[in-house]
Design a protein around this ligand. Structure first.
Ligand code: AHR
Length: 532
């Protein structure tokens, strides 16, 4: 029997099996195609709420992520609101972005918040040591960040500077943001914002084992306790969650054990509500995966690596369950996504890369993994929002395009704060050379209006796959669908052809209480079912 990729094994809620046809036949893709794969959703079997923060964004002062991507300045000819570009704001509103993690990344641990407040012309210029030493004008600072959040309707996720900052500097920043009546609060008012800001998440450093330190886990623990103790939120409207740095996919696994063990016996003087995990799809270091013009084997390798997110979360969950069985500390995968070889000719350190239908599949598979682990995963942030790594949006001065990843985020909006439903399915299989992957993936949820939402990904780039979907005990009133598909494996959107990869409506058949839908190869599909 062929190997099934690890993430699809051992998930108790799922009945996954390789069908007899798949075992006996050499061409499993054809077998998958000829016999519809069965999916059953049970609306009576509910799981946890899918925290909307699983669909968070990350924007770092890196390349064109902030400058040009978000901020063009009030004097720009590019239409803007107080310096923030209007086209980007309109596009992001459609994603219902729950939070934007800022100012880094590695940049966070060299960022001094006072550089980014006050009269723009007087702000301190620095060199961005983390990202190719480019000039950081600090014209996008605290107030511009909150203005931007307010325009797109997102919450704040600030990473405080642990590496080169002090406990006092971080404490002052949070007081400046949230206090009423203090000198720092008066300074905030003088700078244009009398009302306290709401800070949903306070990251205590970033990758402190590397660019944000370097600290051993034990050394960081000492910093964490002090930063947590003295970072006080004074705004009762919005409690701030403290998020500690955890491991990344390639190592530093001891962080979870060391932090959670100490947390279990913590005193009143410090606390965390989140532990950060980072994991990129990048095939080691330096990144060597190509973003465009790749072949099927390169497609399959990326999908295979992506699916490793499941095991990574599971391993960390085991440790967290040991010390925190009541799940008071959530996992925040606050950096994830594809990290490819940079676009040829792009400036060094800008981390610019194209984004294909493969990236949309990567996004959907990661969402599905986070949703399956929604009992512990309370947030995640894709790296990064605009122009950097697996971006939603690419800009070229006044032009802007939406990437396939953007469309995947938009299509998954109905999953934000929905309740996960149990789903059983035969994943089939898809083979490319030595790699065997599940043919499809699926998750289901119920929204607050009682609609059932099902996400279906056809991983197989060679064959369409027919699905037969049963909804236990439900009589179906209506079903609508939307699918993201492109006819070539590496299809991208460009400034010349911006809608090459974009979603289209899909009409599933309903017969004898079952929904039948044919999934195009390498596609992401969302069905919304209304009950009678
Ligand atoms: O997202 C790019 C970089 O990746 C971030 O700055 C850092 O946290 C991570 O290593």
């Amino acid at each position: 029997m062929k190997e099934i990729t690890q993430p699809f094994r051992g998930i108790s809620r799922y009945l996954l099996f390789i069908s007899v046809l798949t075992i006996c036949c050499t061409d499993s893709a054809a077998a998958q195609n000829s016999t519809p794969l069965q999916i059953t959703v049970d609306p009576d079997q509910t799981g946890p709420v899918i925290n909307k923060h699983i669909f968070g964004q990350f924007a770092e002062h890196l390349g064109k992520g902030i400058y040009e991507g978000v901020w063009v300045g009030p004097d720009s000819e590019i239409p803007n609101t107080r310096g923030l570009r209007d086209d980007v704001i309109e596009a992001l509103k459609k994603l219902k972005v729950p939070n934007v993690r800022w100012p880094g990344g590695c940049f966070a641990d060299e960022y001094h918040w006072r550089d980014g407040i006050g009269a723009p012309e007087e702000r301190q210029k620095r060199l961005n040591a983390s990202w190719a030493g480019r000039v950081e004008p600090n014209t996008f600072g605290t107030h511009e960040y909150f203005d931007f959040l307010n325009l797109i309707g997102a919450e704040a996720f600030i990473s405080a500077n642990v590496g080169s900052g002090t406990v006092q500097e971080a404490a002052d920043w949070l007081e400046y943001l949230t206090a009423t009546g203090s000198t720092l609060a008066e300074e905030r008012a003088k700078n244009g914002h009398p009302e306290p800001y709401e800070v949903g998440f306070w990251g205590i450093g970033n990758e402190v084992w590397g660019c944000g330190g370097p600290f051993t886990a034990e050394e960081y623990l000492k910093e964490l306790k002090q930063f947590s103790n003295f970072s006080t939120n004074y705004n009762p409207e919005m409690p701030t969650k403290h998020v500690a740095v955890g491991p990344d996919g390639d190592g530093f696994g001891e962080y979870t054990e060391v932090i959670m063990k100490e947390w279990a016996q913590k005193s009143w003087a410090w606390n965390i509500q989140g532990l950060s995990l980072h994991r990129y799809t990048r095939n080691g270091w330096p990144p060597n995966i190509i973003a465009t013009d790749f072949n099927e084997a390169q497609y399959a390798a990326v999908i295979h690596e992506t699916l490793g997110m499941d095991g990574y979360i599971s391993r960390n969950k085991v440790i967290m369950d040991k010390y925190d069985p009541e799940v008071q500390v959530g996992i925040y995968v606050d950096e994830w996504g594809t990290w490819y070889k940079a676009t040829e000719g792009s400036p060094e350190g800008y981390l610019e890369q194209q984004n294909s239908i493969r990236d949309a599949i990567v996004a959907a598979l990661n969402f599905n993994i986070f949703i399956r682990h929604a009992d512990r995963v309370k947030g995640a942030n894709i790296a990064q929002m605009i122009n950097v790594l697996q971006a939603m949006i690419l800009t070229k001065q006044e032009k802007m395009i939406l990437t396939p990843t953007y469309h995947a985020f938009r299509m998954y909006v109905p999953f934000q704060n929905a309740t996960r439903l149990d789903i059983e399915f035969d994943a089939g299989s898809y083979e490319s050379g030595e790699v065997t992957l599940p043919g499809i993936d699926a998750v289901a949820a119920q929204d607050d209006k009682g609609r059932i939402i099902i996400a279906l990904t056809n991983v197989n780039p060679k064959e369409p796959t027919t699905i037969e979907l049963s909804l236990a005990g439900i009589s179906i009133k209506n079903v609508v669908g939307e699918t993201l598909y492109a006819s070539t494996i590496d299809a991208i959107n460009t400034f010349e052809d911006p809608e090459n990869v974009s979603p289209n409506p899909l009409s599933p058949d309903i017969s004898e209480g079952k929904i039948t839908v044919k999934l195009k190869p390498q596609s992401v599909t969302i069905l919304t079912v209304e009950k009678e």
